[in-house]
Design a protein around this ligand. Structure first.
Ligand code: FAD
Ligand code: SIN
Length: 517
């Protein structure tokens, strides 16, 4: 089967849906393909909110400075400028599209504060912000003429013609039938991140790095893959650290304490529990090494119980499911892999270096986040650069003379039941050697182990979604480990104990990688 449209969008998170709505409003025909339900994405799980200079005590200049400080010398100044200038506009657009943000008694947007922000500037919907944004965007996309939403369909590979131009993509229908050809003048990758390459992550199951791996196979340049951000506070329980405890809880007055009830982060870091994520996560790692325990605590018990429950209903409910009343008991927390600062390299309009291929959102690298993303700047980036891509994509025209490429080769006869083992080994390898603290020896071990795993997976993978995802994950994991091994300094979220200082003379540049042909 074949679907033809002006634009193909892979992914139905904030970036994909916003692009689709804006492009269709300009009379384009748009196909959005997504591998799970339309509302399933990292976007859906966002808690804290979206950062924008909206408060009366705030300004674009101050938000820019906070972003540059967090980015630790590696932000692209142009990307930071356009994203932050556009912040108030995309928040207004979300409101226009039906998002219900929390408001003060006076009817103003209620603004939260998170780590690294010097002002209250995070628009939110209690602590269900992602669910609300996703709801509004899915509803707007469904009611917008010109958008065809194809759910439960996994894109396998980009369709690159003989001239190196992206003509669309190939997808698996259901769990592995005949390939579905998705033909378009331009394709937007909006596939999100790859948190699933780590054994412990806040990301849902869809975050398997598919867009990163597909773009890499298609010859696109990827940048800054070594910068994987760990969120300091995921709920620590016996099933692993997966549920996020939003940084906004620290903005509400919660502090990090150890077993003895000592506020160790307040003592060690300027900014205390609201210092940037990289520093708070490292302070927790040091405390865990000292105590030999598996978690520290986030203590919000000093705040008004009723107000805390009302502001954080999602966390309240989930903690209760684990037998924790956060208004009385400190919450056990530990860091977990959360966000990929690098990705498919784009210009400030989402263009990659493969003609006809665009990328926006977490899969993309615009240079906005540098070496460490500032909290709640991700939804902002996803929306701003999706809009900027939609502004220019109209100029794309495909060469109709070029022939439609043949479908990707099928991997049949393998032993797909190994997927679970492959993922467990990869997750453990990444967590042990490519985590918050790295060193040269561990990174080399990780690269070696991942290379062996990749070889085994390639030889034995089958033509189904589970197999494809593990293949994409191991590709992304190799790119992370290899670039981390190369960078002989510490900066932002990349901390190498053998090279503990930032080295601007040799390393103040992006790490670029491209498949050798
Ligand atoms: P996603 O929202 O991840 O969407 C990706 C889409 O691509 C999904 O629909 C997926 O199914 C689809 N897809 C993937 N591969 C394929 C394929 N092969 N074929 C078809 N479809 C595919 N950021 C903030 O700014 N503020 C926050 O408060 C915040 N909180 C967060 C809380 C959590 C728990 C998590 C995990 C992240 C949080 N982030 C937050 C980060 C932010 O949510 C994400 O970076 C952002 O939502 C990414 O949006 P996206 O559109 O790029 O991708
Ligand atoms: C959070 O709510 O702490 C997550 C915010 C983010 O990842 O930007």
């Amino acid at each position: 089967m074949r679907i033809e449209s002006d634009y193909l969008i892979v992914g139905s998170g904030a970036a994909g849906l916003y692009f689709a709505i804006l492009a269709a409003q300009r009379d384009a025909s748009v196909t959005v393909v997504t591998k799970s339900g339309a509302g399933e994405s990292n976007t859906r799980y966002a808690q804290g909110g979206i950062a924008a200079a909206l408060g009366s005590d705030d300004s674009v200049a101050v938000h820019i400075q906070d972003t540059l400080d967090a980015g630790d010398g590696l932000c692209d100044a142009g990307a930071v400028q356009v994203a932050i200038e556009d912040g108030p506009r995309v928040v207004a657009d979300l409101l226009r599209l039906g998002t219900q943000f929390s408001r003060t008694a006076a009817g103003e947007l209620s603004l939260g504060r998170e780590g690294g922000h010097s002002r209250h500037r995070v628009a939110h919907a209690d602590d269900w912000t992602g669910r609300e944004i996703s709801r509004a965007l899915v509803a707007a996309a469904k009611s917008q003429e010109g958008i065809r939403l194809v759910a439960d369909t996994t894109v396998v590979d980009l369709a690159i013609d003989g001239k190196g131009r992206c003509r669309g993509a190939w997808a698996l229908e259901g769990s592995g039938g005949e390939p579905l050809a998705l033909q378009a003048r331009a394709t937007l990758l909006a596939t999100g991140g790859a948190g699933q390459m780590y054994a412990s992550t806040t990301n849902p199951g869809i975050a398997t790095g598919d867009g990163l791996a597909m773009a890499y196979r298609a010859g696109a340049t990827l940048a800054n893959m070594e910068f994987v951000q760990f969120h300091p506070t995921a709920l620590a329980h016996e099933q692993g650290n997966t549920f996020l405890i939003t940084e906004a809880l620290r903005g509400h007055g919660a502090i990090l304490v150890n077993d003895e009830g000592e506020a160790f982060v307040e003592k060690q870091l300027e900014g205390g529990s609201l210092a940037t994520r990289d520093r708070v996560a490292r302070a927790i790692v040091a405390e865990l090494k000292r105590s030999g325990r598996r978690h520290v605590y986030l203590d919000v018990t000093a705040q008004n119980a009723e107000q805390t429950r009302r502001r954080f209903p999602n966390i309240d409910r989930t903690c209760r499911e684990y037998g924790i009343d956060m208004t009385r008991d400190p919450i056990p927390v530990a860091p977990a892999a959360h966000y990929l600062c690098g990705g498919v390299h784009t210009n400030l309009h989402g263009r990659t270096d493969v003609p006809g291929l665009y990328a926006a959102g977490e899969v993309a690298h615009t240079g906005f986040h540098g070496a460490n993303r500032l909290a709640s700047n991700s939804l902002l980036e996803a929306l701003v650069f999706a809009r900027r891509a939609a502004d220019v994509v109209i100029e794309e025209s495909a060469d109709d003379q070029a022939h439609w490429p043949s479908p990707p080769e099928k991997h049949e006869g393998g032993e797909g039941e190994d997927c679970r083992r492959w993922r467990a080994e990869m997750g453990a390898t990444m967590l042990e050697w490519v985590g918050i603290e790295r060193d040269d020896g561990g990174l080399q071990k990780a690269c070696n182990r991942l290379a062996e795993l990749a070889e085994e997976i390639d030889a034995r993978r089958t033509h189904d979604q589970a197999s494809l995802e593990v293949w994409n994950l191991v590709t992304a994991a190799q790119l992370v480990a290899n670039t981390a091994r190369m960078r002989k300094e510490s900066r932002g979220v990349h901390y190498n104990t053998d090279h503990p200082r930032r080295d601007d003379e040799n390393w103040q540049h992006e790490s670029l990688v491209q498949l050798a042909r």
